[in-house]
Design a protein around this ligand. Structure first.
Ligand code: 13P
Length: 341
């Protein structure tokens, strides 16, 4: 393990004014997202869509890294460059999702367990060769009747920690993503309590696997009410609850926290990140973004699989990046949404 290199990469990924794009949707997930806006599924559309995103001019100003799905590593842009090369040419670091998605937790089918440890060691050596410098593994925790169970939290924390240890051994910065889902009618307090439990277990497991906190990033959910909850929370309330929960659980040696958007509204995800940076800018870690939906929804809807829409879609993508780039320093405001990208 080259800790100096891991630390440098982790720091660059959370450098000021920039954040991450998660473009690592599996075949099933991107198929669903495409279907929702009337885009035909299939490899060519996945390639063309991601080429459209990655060739957007000037993205390197706001984007430090992109998380890719395995298929994308080998795909090429129309000019023959591989898509990871396109990113590198924009000054953006390519990363790779390495988990193999979730299955129902055995004997507790309302919960999920993330697979992918088998063969991970060999796969990582290959990913490193294709230019990936960081990786992602996502665990999913559901709040519901009697869940999450300790068994589910513990099993996922263990897997995340083993994955992170393999990553560091292969000089890939692990992004550790334990996501407490927005699904359900739970309160913000329930989300706080569960997120705290999950993060405690995760950092305990990371410690036991000898993972170096200074060479990793955490990708958590924000502390928010379930999407069916009767009482929704204000921007400041979410910022306060989230930072307080993280202060209680995340070691200061972790260089950055890169939130997932998790089904929040597009501008809501920006405003909440902005509130955290404006009120808690002196917290021990960088507070950044690693959004999929909150960055991709507007451009995907405009693109619709048509070459003629590329320019407009790229404008929308660039605009979302710029807004979230501003949220990194707490200088975003709603009025900026009206500005041309
Ligand atoms: P969302 O921002 O859409 O939640 O996706 C982030 C992600 O990478 C999920 O694994």
């Amino acid at each position: 393990m080259n800790l100096r290199m891991l630390e440098e990469t982790a720091k660059e990924l959370v450098s000021p004014g920039r954040g991450l794009l998660a473009a690592d949707e599996s075949f099933g997930t991107i198929g669903k997202r495409f279907e929702a806006v009337g885009i035909e599924a299939g490899e060519e559309n996945r390639r063309a869509y991601r080429e459209m995103l990655f060739t957007t001019e000037g993205i390197g100003e706001y984007l430090s890294g992109v998380i890719l799905f395995e298929e994308t590593l080998e795909q090429r842009a129309s000019d023959g460059r591989t898509l990871p090369r396109v990113l590198l040419d924009q000054g953006v670091i390519p990363g790779i999702k390495v988990d193999k998605s979730t299955v129902p937790m055995p004997l507790s089918p309302d919960e999920k367990f993330t697979r992918g440890l088998d063969g991970l060691d060999e796969r990582m050596a290959e990913y490193r060769e294709t230019g990936a410098r960081f990786a992602k593994w996502r665990a999913v925790i559901t709040i519901g009747n009697g869940i999450p169970t300790e068994g589910c939290i513990e099993a996922n924390a263990r897997s995340l920690a083993l994955y992170a240890a393999f990553c560091q051994e292969h000089d890939l910065v692990p992004i550790v993503e334990p996501e407490v889902l927005i699904d359900g009618d739970h309160s913000i307090e329930d989300c706080y309590e569960t997120t705290e439990r999950v993060l405690h277990a995760t950092f305990q497991a990371l410690y036991e696997q000898n993972v170096e906190y200074s060479g990793m990033l955490l990708k958590p959910n924000m502390v928010i009410p379930g999407k069916e909850a009767k009482r929704q929370a204000g921007v400041e309330e979410v910022a306060r609850a989230t930072v307080e929960c993280l202060l209680r659980t995340v070691p200061a040696a972790v260089p950055g926290i890169v939130f997932l958007s998790g089904g929040q509204g597009v501008t809501q995800a920006t405003a909440r990140l902005n509130a955290m940076n404006s009120a808690y800018g002196d917290s021990p870690w960088e507070l950044s973004f690693s959004y999929a939906r909150a960055l991709q929804e507007p451009p995907m809807e405009i693109w619709k699989g048509q070459t003629g829409n590329v320019e407009e879609a790229q404008k929308a993508f660039h605009h979302r990046l710029k807004m979230n780039g501003a949220a990194r320093s707490g200088t975003y405001s709603e009025e900026m949404e009206g500005e041309a990208a």
